[in-house]
Structures are given as structure tokens and as C-alpha cells.
Design a protein around this ligand. Sequence first.
Ligand code: ADP
Ligand code: ADP
Length: 219
Amino acid sequence: MKLILLGPPGAGKGTQCKRIADRYEIAHLSSGDILRAQRAAGTELGQKAQKYMDSGGLVPDDIIIGMMIDAMKKAAAGYVLDGFPRTVVQAEELDKALAEASEEITGIVNLQVPDDLILDRLTGRRSCPQCGAVYHIQNLKPRAEGICDRDAQTLVQRPDDKPEVVADRLKAYHEQTAAVVSYYEGRGKSVIIIDAADDIEQVTASIFSKLDVLCSRVG
Ligand code: ADP
Ligand code: ADP
């Protein structure tokens, strides 16, 4: 399966993509996670991306497209894309790369959530600097406050989850990313709409029920 998960920051893309990747045994390719790993490793790409990420704006398309297409090529068992494509140009370039490889996306899922829930989800998000596990201070608490269940590391808040940066990330979503859904619909691709305002387990159940149908069709 080759899937795309769309939705605003804080919609639950990362949380749901991890579960999708486990269930369908495909790779979880998160553009944000790959960028953060590049930054942590101090690569040229990571250094170039830093100022855009810190300000809540989008990293330029030319940096992102090659990075994601490389990751897709390595994911032989299939993948779920998280955070990419985030502009119409990225969606067009993704289509070109797929056509060149005679490949097709199996399904596109859009997580819909109103803006008023997003601020709380992002400012309450905490993650493990070691294993990347994601929690929420109210909605998905670790067993011990502030400590990762898996490896006992102290959880951290992403610098771009501070309220002042969240506003700019939401602006970038509405100005540049929301149009990606219309791009796919305009090209006759069906987009599975999921109400992501529900709780985490309910959203997972809704996604799995739709993807199980797609999965049985592709075999
Ligand atoms: P995204 O990758 O779309 O930015 P995440 O999966 O990181 O979103 O989720 C953002 C925050 O909201 C995390 O702290 C996560 O635990 C929490 N969260 C995710 N889905 C839900 C949900 N359906 N209801 C409540 N909180 C959620
Ligand atoms: P979230 O999980 O909240 O949606 P991400 O981790 O996906 O956030 O992205 C964090 C930041 O990385 C974005 O605010 C942006 O600066 C950059 N980024 C991630 N994916 C892309 C992309 N496809 N195009 C441009 N910038 C991106």
C-alpha cells in the first residue's frame, strides 16, 4: 500500500500514521521527522531547513521533494506519507515521480479538525527525544508525568509547538496546504475524509475500516 495522510498540524497525522504503518506493515515517512533528524545530525539540508521550521513557515519545495522521493524509493514494502505533500507544487512533483516509476497511490486520507482544537493539541504535545514517541499532557498521558513509557527519557516540547509559532503554522496550512486536497479531488482522486475531532481510538477505528477495504482490493 502507498498512502498519503493529509491534515493540519496537530490533526493527529503522526499518531495515526504510526498505527497505520504497524497494521499494514509499511514505512512511516514523516517529512517533519526526517527534517528534524537531518537537523540533529547537522547536515547541510538540516541547516537549510532550520530557519523555516523555527519560524513556522514551510521549507522550500526543492529541499523537500528530493528528500521525500529518496525516502519513498527505499520503502519497498510501501509507505504512508505524513506531512508531504504540503503544497500543490509538491503534489505535482510527487505525481510526476510516481508516473515515471509506473506507480500509483493506493489511497489518500484527510484528517479534518477545526482550528480551535489545534492550539490545545499542539501546545500540549510532548515527545521523547530518544525514540520519538508522542504524548499529550491531557489526551495521551505517559504513565509517569513527563517521562517516556518506553525508555524513561524526559519528554520535551517541540520549539515550534509554542503558541506564538503555532499561529504561523496554521496560517501556512490555510494558505499553502489546504489546497492539496482540492488538487487531488480536481484530478479525480477520491479522498477519504475522517472526522479527526473524535478521540484517538475512534479516529484509528474509522481510518482502519476504510483502509481495510482498500487493502483487500489491492491484495
Ligand atoms: P500531527 O502529526 O498531525 O501534527 P500528532 O499526531 O503529533 O499530530 O498529534 C498532535 C497532538 O495531539 C499529540 O500530542 C497527540 O497525542 C494529540 N492527539 C492526536 N490525535 C488526537 C485526538 N484524536 N484527540 C486528542 N488528541 C490527539
Ligand atoms: P506537524 O506534525 O505538526 O504537522 P511536521 O513535523 O510535519 O509538523 O512539520 C514541522 C515543520 O517542518 C513544518 O512547520 C515545516 O517547517 C517543515 N515541513 C515538514 N514537512 C514539510 C513539507 N512537506 N514542506 C515544507 N515544509 C515542511
